[in-house]
Ligand binder design. Structure first.
Ligand SMILES: [Zn+2]
Length: 193
């Protein structure tokens, strides 16, 4: 077992990154196509979804490795809702044109679909991340002394999910083996359950 300080990116954060990226590239793709001409997202409302996707990606980056992700998750949800709303609005407007004009085939472009999917993905990823966070908070128990760690107290994490309290960390710095043995014992007991 070794202590690690690398970035811990969760599955919802990976989903959030992919979703944000979809919104980003979606803005540069056609949103509306009519016969041989098309309008790219950035020529219209895509300017906003482009900006919102960058804000969402920025918040996602800020949230990684933070113990408190509430406000970054809320921000990502807001950005996702706005992006999906803009995308759905465009596709609704085009659907209305499609039914009223019979001579020009106006269609929803790839960019609009990517924007809608990405926006919904952003919302879903942040909700999922928030759920993981609250789960993590309710189960903050020191793996060495089994003490429940208060939310405002500092704790130390190992790469594989082990958490130890500040007191145990101080002991760890003086006598590594003592704490590591306790953590190993805890892990063994966990597997038996
Ligand atoms: Zn402890």
């Amino acid at each position: 077992m070794s202590k690690t300080s690398s970035l811990k990116i969760s599955h919802p954060e990976i989903l959030g990154g992919i979703s944000g990226f979809l919104c980003f590239i979606g803005a540069f793709l056609p949103w509306v196509t009519a016969s041989i001409v098309h309008v790219d997202g950035v020529d219209g409302d895509g300017k906003f979804t482009l900006l919102f996707s960058l804000i969402a990606l920025g918040l996602l980056y800020l949230g990684i490795n933070r113990t408190k992700k509430n406000w970054t998750n809320m921000g990502i949800i807001l950005m996702g809702v706005l992006i999906a709303f803009i995308g759905l609005n465009v596709s609704n407007n085009i659907a209305a044109i499609e039914t009223t004009s019979s001579f020009v085939a106006t269609k929803v472009g790839t960019g609009t679909y990517l924007t809608i999917v990405g926006g919904i993905g952003l919302v879903f990823s942040a909700l999922w991340n928030q759920k993981l966070e609250s789960k993590k908070k309710s189960s903050l128990i020191c793996w060495a002394c089994r003490k429940k760690i208060p939310h405002d107290e500092q704790y130390h994490e190992w790469g594989d999910g082990a958490i130890i309290c500040n007191d145990c960390f101080k002991i760890y710095e003086q006598d590594e083996d003592k704490i590591l043995a306790k953590i190993e014992e805890y892990e063994k007991n966990k597997d038996l359950k």
